[in-house]
Design a protein. Structure first.
Lengths: 285, 331, 406
């Protein structure tokens, strides 16, 4: 080949190479841009379409923007019958053993001369023996012959905090605070890292090994959105659990908060819990 | 720039593009709509079916039971708390009726430190001699009827009115035979209740029902006060019915209402000590047969044989009717 | 209610004393979550050594400079393993990258880790590019083409190209330092940011984790370097070893101070729940903490290293002494991770009770799996060293712009 032909061939090759490189670059950028635009428009379309489609959310009979749920516990009334614990387990498909609870009851007992309370709950082997199995719950009457100075029962459940540490640490957004105040868990999105279980200072969360997700009390969201009460509130025979909408000044919970000196658990954490307690003691946390 | 650098940069940019595209592609539809979560999960959670249906659901079929329940003390205990969740009922069959009521009822009512005083509590071991709670207590209306009502009546007026009763019940309230009951020293509250029951038809007796009709409420109170003021007397029976010693063992089951020796702690329930043996036999048989109406008594005597009834009657008839001086609290 | 029986097979119920919340009797983070910070720590430490050479121009670390990067990558590749084995739904693990919740340390860590892996791979690629080119020229057939592709189809080893390569390596190494430290600092932040456990909640936690990570990485390199010299049947470079010993010694002392500070802080502040911590530390944690981690794992290596530095030990004694110290430091850092992760969960959130973690042998999150995951990177490293030998002339023997003229 002639030198000019060779050099022009080389020049052509160099030029094609440059074009090819530029095209690839441009293609990559265009693809990114297109994907971006597509993604954004898809998102925008979905959002506006869905919001207009949704109207009342999450159901057509229930509008979550109109409610602010809250819970009250009157520990002066609790008799420790544990009907709430069993009702919750049944309602929410919680494992039937003594190590996974959405809600539980703690017993605090001061015997004569005690400076610190003796605390027990359903995972205590003595109580498991009293009920006969891990699927049924009962407090053993272990102090009936003792000199009891003070004793009381404290129901516990998720506090649905206003600043939930569990939501803060969730890496995926599987747990979140809904607009009406309940902290929910998306069981189809949770990866099961259990960071939220670690972060909760109240021990309200637990890991469902069968489903591989975290679970906790969610104030029976499926019931309260239908005008029912949470199963534990329904089951309580003495009115130790109170539930309602703080937006309604005459709701049971609004009256409860207004008419009592209420407190919350671990206020120093800054979580701002939404379960209000009456009748608990310095030892209760 | 050396070509390997160029190619590397292209590779990195392409990878970043692919990563971004993948992110947008794989991110679920409804995410970010209301916040950092999948918005579709909210209606999914809300759509779950409720397991416990509440008492209003039960009312739609069990209206009578519901009415009884909601008018009494246990109205704060929902149906499903004792009978189990109503999900799938009645399609999937009946809900259980708790058999072991001792196990169930003591969950709330066992005396336990920590339970507030407002909660009715019992010492389980001493309360019913091991009987099932539902023997005496209707779970839907558990409070035992007719709390002690102080009966204020004019005993003197009652005495005048009682002249008509003496032919059967005796001039001093001690019956002349075995069949008709002594009334002397009987609890006024009980007498008032039973006379009112005869009058209203709540209780039926061939003889007493017509006799009670003309009585006014005042008459009833006066009669009750009069007979309650009389001194009781245990008259040994002429007929030899039953064995008192055997009856004593059976009487343990009756003690929580009628007292260990037939002297009732609650004035709503009749004293049995020193009562006529024939009367006691007839009445127990009447309860058993449903002729005399009392759900609690009916439940208690359901399992008694004729021999049991005679023994019980013999036991109570033989007891001294003088009350023990100190008041006894219901154990 | 679900049947309890099936779950009992999947979970270990922890026995306890005192009062703990009912949900606490299942300990959430197991030995795998001890392995995970251990592995990331080794990565951070190995990278620190490599940056001493590549960024700060310390020539004495040349024998281990490239090797350290390979070690970092081998371990970094295995970092996700314990996490994936622990997750309840590992198939959804990418949710953290698709919709990362930026307030979550775990979500941010995912991006740090991803970025860091790419950075490591790039730096190693640049280092070994001449090797790829030479291998492509030497071998033929399929292998030859693979080497060619590995070099991105380029055979340019001209001074101009090498200058580009040097700049890239330096830049990557510089960016890599905060990345690696951020990577492991974030692991510490995962624990330190929580309000729920007094044993974890500390501002110092990321720093403590970071410095203990550095000493674990340095110690690992010491052990592996000495081992590799044995296997290659060459003499250990004593200058290099001594340099590593200095680094180990300095960082180990600082780590000790930091950990002491942290513990002193908890005790001194005496917040609610401190009694249970003290009971725990003087009871079940006495041996693992004061004896294993502190005395055997920290004081002895520092003492041995101090002695050798003071006496100017050299030769075989130096090699033995430094290697033994390194092994003890590796042990110390493992115990530190154990005492933090498991120890923290054994102190109940109630502040009124203690639990006891049950380590089983055969279980998805048991000892056998944990040990396998911890050892697997060594096997990968061995394979990597065969393909990308860091000690021959194959690797670019670059000198950092900051290197002093030798």
């Amino acid at each position: 080949m002639k030198r000019e032909a060779i050099s022009s061939l080389l020049a052509r090759r160099a030029f094609l190479r440059k074009i090819g490189r530029a095209a690839t670059c441009a293609g990559a950028i265009a693809a990114t841009g297109a994907a971006g635009a597509l993604g954004v428009t898809k998102k925008v379309a979905a959002k506006s379409e869905s919001t207009s489609r949704r109207g009342s959310f999450p159901t057509k009979d229930y509008d979550w923007t109109k409610r602010q749920w809250a819970f009250g516990v009157d520990a002066n009334k609790c008799i420790g019958c544990l009907r709430c614990v069993e009702a919750c387990k049944r309602e929410n498909d919680v494992p039937g053993d003594a190590h996974h609870f959405n809600t539980w009851v703690e017993r605090y007992v001061y015997l004569e001369g005690d400076k610190r309370a003796r605390v027990d709950s359903h995972h205590d082997p003595v109580n498991i023996a009293a009920s006969g199995s891990e699927r049924e719950y009962r407090f053993a009457n272990r102090y009936q012959d003792a000199k009891v100075e003070k004793a009381f029962f404290v129901p516990k459940l998720c506090n649905q905090c206003t600043h939930p540490p569990c939501v803060q640490v969730c890496p995926t957004g599987a747990t979140y605070k809904a607009v009406d105040g309940v902290v929910l868990i998306d069981q189809k999105y949770c990866i099961g890292c259990q960071y939220c279980v670690q972060a909760c200072p109240y021990g309200a969360r637990w890991f469902n090994a069968r489903k591989g997700v975290s679970q906790k009390c969610y104030w029976c969201y499926h019931r309260i959105t239908k005008g029912l009460q949470p199963a534990c509130v329904e089951a309580c025979p003495v009115g130790a659990r109170i539930f309602g909408d703080r937006n309604d000044p005459q709701s049971p919970i609004s009256l409860f908060i207004r008419n009592n000196r209420v407190q919350v658990l671990r206020p120093e954490t800054g979580n701002a819990p939404n379960v209000f307690y009456v009748g608990i003691d310095k030892e209760v946390s | 720039m050396p070509k390997h650098i160029v190619r590397l940069i292209i590779l990195l940019v392409a990878s970043a593009a692919i990563a971004l595209i993948a992110k947008w592609f794989f991110t679920v539809e409804s995410f970010y709509e209301y916040g950092h979560y999948r918005a579709d999960s909210v209606p999914e959670i809300a759509a779950q079916e409720a397991v416990y249906k509440t008492a209003r659901y039960c009312q739609s079929c069990h209206s009578e039971r519901h009415a009884q329940w909601s008018a009494n003390n246990h109205k704060s205990v929902t149906c499903e708390t004792c009978h189990g969740a109503a999900q799938g009922h009645p399609e999937k069959g009946k809900l259980p009726i708790p058999a072991d009521t001792v196990k169930l009822c003591t969950l709330c009512h066992e005396a336990m430190p920590g339970r507030p005083g407002t909660q009715p509590q019992i010492q389980v071991a001493q309360h019913s001699g091991g009987q099932q709670c539902k023997v005496c207590h209707n779970p839907h209306a558990p409070k035992i009827a007719a709390a002690a009502v102080r009966v204020t009546g004019d005993a003197a007026a009652g005495r005048q009115r009682a002249a008509a009763c003496a032919s059967c019940h005796g001039a001093e309230g001690i019956s002349p035979n075995d069949t008709w009951p002594n009334l002397a020293g009987q609890s006024a509250a009980y007498l008032a209740r039973i006379l009112a029951a005869y009058k209203s038809g709540d209780q039926k007796d061939v003889v007493m029902t017509p006799l009670a009709q003309p009585l006014s409420d005042g008459d009833i109170r006066n009669l009750a006060a009069y007979y309650a003021s009389l001194t009781c007397r245990t008259v040994p029976s002429t007929t030899r019915i039953g064995d008192a010693a055997t009856g004593k063992a059976l009487a343990k089951n009756c003690a929580s209402c009628h007292g260990d020796t037939g002297i009732a702690s609650n004035p709503a329930w009749p004293h049995l000590a020193g009562q006529k043996v024939g009367y006691l036999v007839n009445v127990l048989k009447a309860f058993r047969g449903g002729l005399r109406k009392d759900p609690m008594m009916a439940a208690v005597v359901r399992g008694l044989s004729d021999a049991d009834i005679e023994n019980l009657a013999a036991y109570y008839a033989a007891q001294s009717c003088q009350p023990v001086t100190e008041a006894r609290k219901t154990p | 209610m679900e049947p309890g029986g099936l779950l009992e097979l999947l979970v270990e119920i922890a026995p306890y004393t005192g009062y703990v919340y009912p949900n606490e009797t299942v300990i959430p983070w197991t030995v795998l979550i001890v392995v995970y910070p251990y592995l990331t720590g080794l990565v951070a430490g190995a990278f620190t050594v490599s940056s001493l050479y590549h960024v700060f121009g310390m020539e004495r670390f040349k024998p281990v400079g490239q090797f350290a990067l390979l070690t970092a990558l081998a371990f970094m590749i295995f970092v996700p393993m314990p996490l994936l084995l622990h997750l309840g739904n590992p198939q959804r693990a990418f949710n953290t990258m698709l919709t990362p919740h930026w307030t979550s340390a775990i979500a941010v860590f995912g991006f740090f880790a991803g970025f860091y892996v790419i950075l490591l791979m790039l730096e190693i690629w640049f280092m070994f590019r001449p090797h790829f080119v030479r291998q492509a020229q030497r071998t033929s057939g399929l292998m030859g083409r693979l080497w060619h592709v590995a070099g991105l189809g380029s055979d340019d080893l001209s001074p101009k190209a090498m200058r580009y390569d040097e700049k890239w390596i330096f830049t990557l190494a510089v960016i890599g330092i905060p990345t690696a430290h951020g990577l492991h600092g974030y692991v510490g932040f995962v624990f330190g940011s929580l309000k729920s456990r007094e044993w974890w909640s500390s501002d110092l936690m990321p720093v403590v984790f970071l410095f203990s990570a550095v000493i674990s990485g340095v110690a690992l390199l010491i052990v592996l370097y000495v081992l590799s010299c044995r296997l290659r049947k060459i003499a250990v470079d004593l200058q290099c070893l001594k340099g590593l010993a200095y680094v180990l010694w300095g960082f180990a002392m600082f780590t000790l101070v930091l950990e002491g500070l942290e513990f002193a802080n908890v005790v001194y502040k005496g917040r609610e729940g401190v009694e249970m911590i003290l009971e725990y530390v003087s009871g079940p944690l006495l041996v693992p903490f004061f004896i294993l981690q502190f005395s055997i794992g920290a004081l002895i290596p520092i003492a041995v290293l101090s002695y050798m530095i003071w006496r100017g030990t050299t030769g075989k004694a130096l090699i033995v002494g430094v290697t033994v110290s390194a092994l003890l430091v590796l042990f110390q850092v493992w115990m530190m991770r154990w005492n933090v992760v498991i120890g923290g969960q054994e102190i109940a959130k109630t502040g009124k009770g203690l639990l006891s973690y049950q380590l089983v042998l055969l279980h998805r999150e048991g000892l056998l799996i944990a040990v396998s995951v911890a050892i697997a990177p060594l096997l990968l490293l061995w394979a990597m060293v065969r393909v990308l030998p860091p000690w021959e002339k194959a690797a670019t023997s670059l000198r950092s712009p900051l290197a002093s003229a030798t």
